[in-house]
Write a protein that binds this ligand. Structure first.
Ligand SMILES: Nc1ncnc2c1ncn2[C@@H]1O[C@H](COP(=O)(O)OP(=O)(O)OP(=O)(O)O)[C@@H](O)[C@H]1O
Length: 235
């Protein structure tokens, strides 16, 4: 069974439609990419799944249950986690406090943080530093780690490479690969970075003008020229 199933989804900002038709399925444990240019609806899709954007048609099923009418915190409790575009960490809180803010309920905070940090050795050295004093790449690692503190079953990642140095992009890719290999987490990743998305994803969908109904053929995923041509990206 699919962990996430999206059927004929439509979403709008007021009276302005942003998603016209989105159909996708994600199996447990998969890493699924959504590739698209600026303004095509990638962020809107993730925010609609999480419950931040109003859905005007269609349905989203998580683990077989419709998310219709469920508030953001109910979706988070069900196991959805979003790492937003721009990272949105707390700049005046320390790395440790940022991580603590991601921990739900009465769980043993130190133990949760220790567990998560095994995936993020770079953050271990930075625990007492303020979030705002980290580089963009370090902030992205922190945003990922904070999301993981809630132990999501499905993690939604919004352009994790945006504005980040290539050396840390590689580290983020390795961290996500390790996470995917060592746990049963499911990931939906939206990106414009071809190399990053094709390197990480089991399957990649294309989104264009709020329509997502095409997948890039698997045998073409390793051929960036073919993917660019499929997407209509300039060579
Ligand atoms: N808060 C908003 N109010 C009105 N329109 C919005 C809002 N946010 C996004 N839009 C519009 O919805 C469409 C999809 O935007 P979205 O941010 O989802 O695209 P994106 O693919 O994530 O782009 P980017 O890569 O630039 O982040 C665009 O036409 C955008 O202008």
């Amino acid at each position: 069974m699919s962990l996430l199933e999206i059927r004929s989804l439509k979403a709008a900002y007021g009276s302005v439609p942003a998603l016209h038709q989105v159909d996708m399925t994600v199996a447990p444990g998969e890493v699924v990419g959504v590739l698209g240019h600026n303004g095509m609806g990638k962020t809107t899709l993730l925010r609609a799944i999480m419950g931040f954007v109003k859905v005007t048609g269609g349905d989203i099923l998580f683990d077989g249950t419709s998310l219709k009418g469920q508030a953001v915190n109910a979706r988070a409790r069900a196991g959805l986690g979003l790492v937003p575009q721009g990272r949105m960490i707390f700049p005046t809180l320390s790395v440790r406090e940022n991580l603590e803010s991601g921990i739900a309920g009465q769980r043993d905070r130190d133990q949760v943080i220790e567990e998560i940090l095994t995936l993020f050795p770079r953050l271990t050295r930075l625990l007492e530093r303020n979030g705002g004093a980290l580089s963009g790449g370090e902030q992205q690692l922190l945003a990922l780690a904070r999301c993981l503190c809630r132990k999501p079953r499905l993690m939604l990642l919004d352009e994790p490479t945006e504005g980040i140095q290539p050396s840390i992009i590689d580290e983020i890719a390795e961290t996500l690969q390790q996470l995917s290999r060592s746990t049963d987490i499911t990931i939906v990743l939206v990106e414009q970075n071809l190399e990053f998305i094709t390197g990480l994803s089991d399957r990649v969908y294309a989104i264009s003008n709020g329509v997502l109904d095409r997948q890039i053929p698997k045998d073409q995923l390793t051929d960036s020229g073919a993917v660019s041509a499929f997407m209509g990206f300039a060579a």
